[in-house]
Structures are given as structure tokens and as C-alpha cells.
Write a protein that binds this ligand. Structure first.
Ligand SMILES: CC(C)(COP(=O)(O)OP(=O)(O)OC[C@H]1O[C@@H](n2cnc3c(N)ncnc32)[C@H](O)[C@@H]1OP(=O)(O)O)[C@@H](O)C(=O)NCCC(=O)NCCS
Length: 213
């Protein structure tokens, strides 16, 4: 059994604890040792200990897997850049009922793929991507590192999502589009045209309402 700790003791972090427990039911792989969080200091979270701040991971001296259970792409990236410790690895965590096609699907590392997700064929998912409950990713799509998809997002075929895209719950992205880096798509949006980087787009059809860093 590999020891694993979860970064983020909020709602999603506790759901990731459940995800790991579900993986273990089918194929026992992980001993969950606790949570790291910079803001949440309870002694115990859903029966597991609070282990410290994220920076404390750099003082770990035994092999430890880490699940970064933070949806915000900028925060995820800064956590990855902060952790400099050869004892740490970032496994892909894939719920046992996820359907992943066998043709040309490439996954990087540190991805969290929740129950009910379907990933079809010829798809590249880079690193530290979250696919929350019941998302679908269609053929010939690329998902850039640090992107996060909230529950029930549908991505059609041949979509390119650059680094750090956040897609709100229930949003749909139709085929042959490109979404620029660190763009935010609002819950329930239907994206019918490509979107530039660093904007927030909402509505049907989705239109940028603001630009940010
Ligand atoms: C799009 C989003 C990121 C915008 O957040 P924000 O930058 O704080 O923007 P605001 O809340 O100030 O909203 C700005 C305007 O957009 C509207 N708006 C916000 N979200 C919207 C959405 N999803 N669809 C349509 N309009 C939306 C607001 O009503 C507001 O309109 P107004 O200026 O006429 O009052 C956020 O509303 C959202 O949809 N987040 C996704 C949340 C989610 O999926 N969570 C899942 C957790 S598991």
C-alpha cells in the first residue's frame, strides 16, 4: 500500500478521500494518511488527521503520494511549483466506474477523475486536471494542465483547452473550438465559439464578461 495525503480539506478534498476509498475497494492501493491545508486547521477531518500546511510537505522524508484536491487552476499550479521533494509523487486517481477508451488516450500525472466520467478516444489530458462527477470528454480533445471541470461538463470532439481552464458545472463546449489559457467558463454556459485567454465567459451562447490575469 502506498501512503497518500490529500491537499485541500474542503468539500472536494473530502470527496477525493471517498474516491480513494472507492479505488481501494476494487484494488487496494493506498493508505490515506491525512490532509494538508493552508487555511483549515481542525485536528481531524472525516476521521483523518490534519497534517499541516502545504509547505510542510517539503519536510516529508518518506515516500508519499499527493492528491491536489483544489479546483482553482492558479492555486493548483502554485502548489505544484512549491513542492520540491523527491519523496513525493502525484498519481492519477481514477474512480473505478470511469470509462476510458483504449485508443490513444494519454494521461499525464496528478489527474483526479471522478465517478461517472467518460473519456472516449484520441484524447490527451496533461497534468493536474480535475474531471469532477459525470463529465464527458469527446474524441480528439486536448486538456491542458491545471484545468478543472466541475460536475456534469460536456466537451465535444476536437476541442483544445489550453492550460488552466476552469469550466463551471453543467457547461457544454461544442466541437472544434479552442479555449485560451486560464479562462473561466460559467456554470451552465454553452460555448459555441472559441474563447480567448484570461477571460470569464458566461451564458448561452457564452460571451466574455470580463478579462483578468
Ligand atoms: C462565472 C463565474 C465564475 C463568475 O463569477 P464572478 O467572477 O464572481 O462573477 P459575478 O458573480 O460577479 O457575476 C458577474 C455577472 O455575471 C452573471 N453570472 C455569473 N455567473 C453566471 C453564469 N454561470 N451564467 C450566467 N450569468 C452568470 C452574474 O449574474 C453577474 O451579472 P450582473 O453583472 O448582470 O449582475 C461564476 O458565477 C460561476 O458560474 N462559477 C462556477 C461555479 C461552479 O460551477 N461551481 C461548482 C462547484 S462543485
Amino acid at each position: 500500500m502506498k501512503k497518500i495525503a490529500i491537499i485541500g480539506a474542503g468539500g472536494f478534498g473530502r470527496e477525493v478521500k471517498m474516491l480513494i476509498e472507492q479505488i481501494n475497494k476494487v484494488d487496494p492501493q493506498f493508505e490515506i494518511v491525512g490532509f494538508y491545508d493552508d487555511k483549515f486547521f481542525d485536528a481531524e477531518i472525516n476521521g483523518l488527521p490534519y497534517l499541516g500546511k502545504v509547505d510542510d510537505i517539503n519536510r516529508v522524508r518518506e515516500n508519499l503520494s499527493i492528491a491536489i484536491s483544489i479546483a482553482d487552476p492558479h492555486t493548483k499550479k502554485s502548489i505544484v511549483q512549491l513542492i520540491k521533494n523527491n519523496h513525493i509523487d502525484f498519481p492519477n486517481l481514477i474512480h473505478p466506474n470511469v470509462f476510458i477508451g483504449t485508443d490513444e488516450v494519454v494521461l499525464g500525472k496528478g489527474n483526479i477523475i471522478c465517478a461517472g466520467v467518460v473519456i472516449t478516444v484520441n484524447i490527451k489530458i496533461e497534468d493536474f486536471v480535475i474531471l469532477n462527477l459525470s463529465c464527458t470528454v469527446g474524441h480528439d480533445t486536448t486538456v491542458g494542465s491545471y484545468s478543472s471541470f466541475m460536475p456534469g461538463v460536456n466537451i465535444s470532439g476536437e476541442v483544445v483547452l489550453q492550460e488552466g481552464v476552469y469550466v463551471g458545472t453543467g457547461a457544454k463546449i461544442i466541437n472544434l473550438l479552442e479555449i485560451g489559457q486560464y479562462t473561466i467558463i460559467g456554470a451552465g454556459a454553452v460555448v459555441a465559439k472559441s474563447l480567448p485567454s484570461h477571460c470569464t465567459a458566461v451564458g448561452i451562447p457564452a460571451k466574455p464578461i470580463k478579462f483578468h490575469n
